[in-house]
Write a protein that binds this ligand. Sequence first.
Ligand code: DHB
Ligand code: FE
Length: 285
Amino acid sequence: MAEVIWGLATSHVPSIGAAMDRGRTEDPNWKDLFDGYAPAQAWLAEHRPDVAIVVYNDHANGIDLDIVPTFGIGTAERYRVADEGFGQRPVPDVVGDPDLSLHLLESLVDEGFDLTVFQELDVDHGLTVPLSVWTPDPGDAWPCPVVPLLVNVIQYPQPTAARCYALGQALGRAIASYPEDVTVGILGTGGMSHQLAGARAGFINPEFDTMWLDTIGTDPVRLAALSREELIRQAGSEGIELIMWLIMRGAMNEQVARVHSHYFLPASNTAAGIALFDNRVPQPA
Ligand code: DHB
Ligand code: FE
């Protein structure tokens, strides 16, 4: 049986990846953000899973905007790093785990989540920046194979927070029914509050982000009750990316232990947050 050992929620701001790629993590503007990651990185280095599931969104880099699946899953052997217009990031391609992908696909379809299947996919900053936050110096390879789980957060109507939490719970059951004895890390990515365009461009809401960071571990059901409109009102039109944290949380146990969290603003136009949870803790009877 496969077991989720940890969940990592993190923002995916492209400039965080660019700062790492250019060796700027000690610059005064960046140092506090990267120092805030260090305790999580140290713990994660001691808890390397056999495979990771990365819940993320593409930003019209790997998938054309003509086709916008609500939920999707990668089933490939390998995912190339997307060129987002400035050349590929100098990070390794992502090795897949087709066996686990196909098991998750079948289980989730059987539970009523009709995922779109990506047999080929280039992965953008939505996936590679969280991998860098986890593993700042990957060398030739990321720490383990990855299954990408895709969510539409960029075009109306995005799935509801409640639907994402339910998908996470079904994902947890799908992982538990995988016959191989493997350990799994799960990443929920995107957020925190931000709005990149329109009348509220630059909007950030630290009160909302703090509430979200405080609540995601202990009471995700409360967050899952927020409507799409309420999320956009409170977190901004791109802050709705936070619904992907609920898929991660839904796949974890009822009780989780917070290992580390950190909040920094702004990174580019975005409030950057990280929250790491240990899933191997005693559960209520
Ligand atoms: C920024 C944030 C994002 O979530 C994103 O996908 C692209 C850019 C930003 O703040 O610059
Ligand atoms: Fe984004």
